[in-house]
Ligand binder design. Structure first.
Ligand SMILES: NC(=O)c1ccc[n+]([C@@H]2O[C@H](COP(=O)([O-])OP(=O)(O)OC[C@H]3O[C@@H](n4cnc5c(N)ncnc54)[C@H](O)[C@@H]3O)[C@@H](O)[C@H]2O)c1
Length: 355
């Protein structure tokens, strides 16, 4: 057997339809008495419901999370936690809300209970991100890894079909890059292939029937596996490009990942044939096929916008994006070639199939 290192992540996962009801017991298990509940402004009603479920253990609700965790938003949340003398954060929402919990934990070490309502996967990672002056900085710190994750698929029923599809492909991107990660290992690769399979099957149904309970559960199961991949092994070109596009051009996170994935998979196809064969197999395609076009076709079937132009990317920003992506690149199977990256970005911007 090839050489590998496997590092498990110490988090507790509770997965069940209706699992939100276990929140008081899970908070109690951490010995917390004064819980700060975090959410986006849109998800304030859900945060209020969480406060009701927590009863006397709820110290307050701070529904100010926004995408990419701007430093001033992080500062306000840290102040709120301090003012309330919070001893725990419950982050109920997508990656933006969980990211805000991480920003608090990074300075205070407050334990986080994450209740994810999208498929982004942040809940399973020790990775945090903060955005300042158009630049998104990410880092790893075990203090930000949520102690407990409560997966309640019923909370994803309200996620619109289009957002569900893009968020599911965002999750799939973690699994695709895990398969060719520099520090890939057999356990995480098994999880990655299973994540792609589960997400692929579930998303096809969810876009037509968003309230299909079995497929909502299957998608969240895939998201859990994919988030574990993201937290366990290093990501490559795809994540670097998406961080750049998200942080510098403020593009929507999930849609950016979805539009870029066919292109980055194609870019790496010849350099990581074993990994991308597993992607093609998990998608139910011909294993000899290039996973890039398969992913492009999957996006088309799911009605996900193919073009970065459609999600707000200015064409005049493509040169800067290519330059930033080539600066301090992440380890990647194929060397980072500036001209090829610029050409890839052009195709992604106009929504052309990978070539
Ligand atoms: N650190 C990590 O490991 C990691 C991993 C993945 C994503 N992220 C970060 O997370 C952010 C993106 O997360 P996201 O894609 O989950 O988006 P998000 O958290 O911004 O959510 C998108 C929108 O959907 C709404 N929403 C969420 N769940 C909903 C539901 N069930 N029903 C109705 N509306 C709902 C939110 O209120 C928000 O308006 C980015 O900043 C990204 O960098 C970090």
């Amino acid at each position: 057997m090839e050489r590998f290192v496997y590092q498990g992540m110490p988090s507790r996962v509770v997965f069940e339809w209706g699992a939100l009801a276990t929140l008081p017991a899970e908070v109690e298990r951490l010995g917390a008495r004064r819980t700060l509940i975090l959410a986006t402004p849109d998800q304030r009603p859900l945060a209020d419901e969480v406060a009701r479920v927590l009863g006397a253990r709820a110290a307050g609700v701070h529904a100010q999370a926004v995408m990419h965790v701007p430093v001033e938003v992080a500062r306000a949340a840290r102040d709120a936690a301090q003012a309330l003398d919070a001893d725990c954060c419950v982050a109920v929402g997508g990656g933006s809300t969980i990211g805000l919990g991480k920003a608090i934990a990074l300075e205070s070490s407050l334990p986080i209970v994450a209740v994810p309502t999208t498929y982004a996967g942040s809940e399973m990672t020790p990775i945090y991100g903060l955005t300042e002056g158009r630049l998104k900085r990410t880092g790893r710190d075990t203090r930000v890894l949520p102690r407990t994750v409560i997966y309640d698929p019923s909370l994803t029923l309200s996620l619109p079909a289009a957002v569900s599809a893009a968020s599911g492909i965002n999750a799939m991107a973690h699994a695709v890059e895990a398969l060719y990660a520099e520090d890939a290992n057999p356990v995480i690769s098994l999880m990655a292939e299973e994540a792609i399979r589960a997400l692929g099957e579930a998303l096809h149904v969810i876009v037509c029937t968003p309230d299909d309970k079995a497929m909502r559960s299957r998608a969240l199961y895939g998201a859990w596996l994919a988030g574990t991949c993201l937290g366990s092994v290093g990501m490559a070109l795809h994540h670097k490009l998406c961080h750049t596009l998200g942080g510098t051009f403020n593009l929507p996170h999930a849609q950016t990942h979805a539009a870029m994935l066919p292109h980055t998979a194609h870019y790496n196809h010849a350099a990581a044939p074993g990994a991308l064969t597993r992607v093609a197999r998990a998608l139910g395609g011909n294993v000899a096929a290039d996973a890039g076009p398969l992913l492009f076709e999957l996006n088309r079937t799911l009605d996900i916008p193919a073009a970065l132009e459609q999600i707000g990317m200015p064409e005049e920003g493509l040169d800067e994006a290519a330059d930033l992506a080539c600066k301090n690149p992440y380890a990647n199977p194929r060397p980072i070639e500036r001209d090829a990256i610029r050409a890839l970005l052009q195709r992604a911007w106009q929504g052309s199939a990978p070539a």
